[in-house]
Design a protein around this ligand. Structure first.
Ligand SMILES: Cc1cc2nc3c(=O)[nH]c(=O)nc-3n(C[C@H](O)[C@H](O)[C@H](O)COP(=O)(O)OP(=O)(O)OC[C@H]3O[C@@H](n4cnc5c(N)ncnc54)[C@H](O)[C@@H]3O)c2cc1C
Ligand code: SF4
Length: 329
């Protein structure tokens, strides 16, 4: 199939990039590992492609116990950066479990957060999908829905978000730094993604033409040695999560004083497990506490025909992740 004509721009500064993106259907190109396959499959058809690879947004900086990750930092560089590895292990673990070495060498932080769902209907231009083509229907609801969401879906869309990094960043309360033509804004990651409701075509609160410039991770040193990223997938590498859990605990004299948990593969966005967090706080870090946190993790889950197995899988993943942390020194 021949691609419709498109314009190409390669700006060298953020302001030029924002100006170039001020036309409908303009799209930024970072590592291209998601955009190019979607473009080739005619799932997207950018009128103007703005190659942002020359922008100076690839730095990884330590900030008072936290981190500032440039939007164009490559995943492989982030995972092995000395400010990340050993200091913010949750991020390094999430990345190590993502994709393959080759893809991590190309994929960027900003692109990873904005990758689109792996729902097979979305990625096939000739199948019904409200996210790809508004009003065409949701093929997954009554069709292939093994990967579909347990939480946050709607009658329009039940797709899950595929990013592993986003799950770790949700546990760590990261903020997304966004540049637009009217200035810069920072959005907590929990407010960055949006649920499908009746408009599943829009995955995030990013406006057309806005550019992610960085991701800021607050000080997480209080969780040192007490974090884990557990990913369950259909094969051991090069595969997206069926279910994942990113967990961080602060334990004082055997009592859990702070808990952060988010799950991947179960919702249209990284899904914060607030009921599990509440079940952990003030309790001893023992198996019975972890079992109760796992039990309530699936409160409110709604299964379709083929994804009900994820309910028990999520409970077991939460219990195992907490057990791993509880046993760590
Ligand atoms: C076989 C395979 C397996 C994979 N497995 C995993 C996995 O297990 N876990 C996982 O998390 N990911 C996985 N991925 C996805 C991969 O990590 C993403 O494709 C990658 O992170 C996207 O980054 P990119 O820089 O290539 O983005 P691009 O493809 O360049 O862009 C993706 C989207 O983000 C937009 N964009 C990019 N940067 C910016 C910015 N700074 N501001 C605004 N918009 C921007 C683009 O316009 C586009 O819409 C896999 C991919 C493949 C192909
Ligand atoms: S679940 Fe969402 S992405 Fe998948 S077919 Fe339905 S509308 Fe499309």
């Amino acid at each position: 199939m021949t691609s419709p004509p498109f314009q190409y721009a390669r700006p060298s500064g953020v302001d030029d990039a924002l100006a170039a993106a001020a036309v409908p259907a303009a799209m930024y190109l970072a590592g291209g590992t998601d955009l190019l396959p979607l473009w080739k499959a005619a799932v997207v058809a950018p009128a103007r492609v703005i190659d942002i690879s020359r922008l100076a947004l690839a730095t990884i900086t330590a900030t008072d116990g936290g981190l500032a990750l440039g939007a164009l930092a490559r995943l492989s560089d982030v995972a092995r950066d000395t400010n990340v590895a050993g200091k913010c292990d949750l991020i390094a673990q999430a990345i190590a479990n993502s994709a393959s070495g080759q893809i991590r060498n190309m994929a960027t932080v900003g692109g990873n957060l904005l990758q689109r769902t792996r729902c097979p209907y979305f990625r096939s231009a000739d199948l019904p999908c409200n996210k790809r083509q508004a009003g065409s229907g949701c093929g997954a609801l009554a069709g292939e829905n093994r990967q579909a969401a347990l939480f946050g879906g709607s009658a329009s869309c039940v797709a899950t978000h595929p990013s592993d990094l986003a799950v770790a960043l949700t546990t760590l309360d990261a903020e997304i730094v966004i540049a637009g033509r009217s200035g810069e804004r920072r959005v907590p990651i929990t407010n960055f993604y949006r649920l499908p409701s009746a408009t599943p075509d829009k995955d995030t609160t990013l406006e057309q033409g806005e550019l992610i410039t960085a991701v800021v991770v607050p000080d997480a040193t209080r969780f040192a040695g007490r974090t884990t990223f557990l990913k369950i997938r259909d094969r051991a590498s090069f595969e997206f999560a069926v279910v994942s859990v990113a967990a961080a605990l602060r334990i004082d004299a055997g009592i859990i004083v702070e808990a952060r948990l988010a799950a991947g593969g179960v919702a249209p966005m990284p899904w914060r497990l607030t009921a599990s967090e509440a079940a952990l706080i003030g309790k001893p870090a023992v198996e019975a506490t972890f079992a109760e946190a796992a039990r309530v993790a699936t409160n409110g889950a709604q299964a379709l025909a083929d994804n009900g197995f994820k309910i028990e899988l999520l409970r077991r993943a939460v219990a195992r992740a907490l057990q791993d942390i509880g046993e760590s020194k």
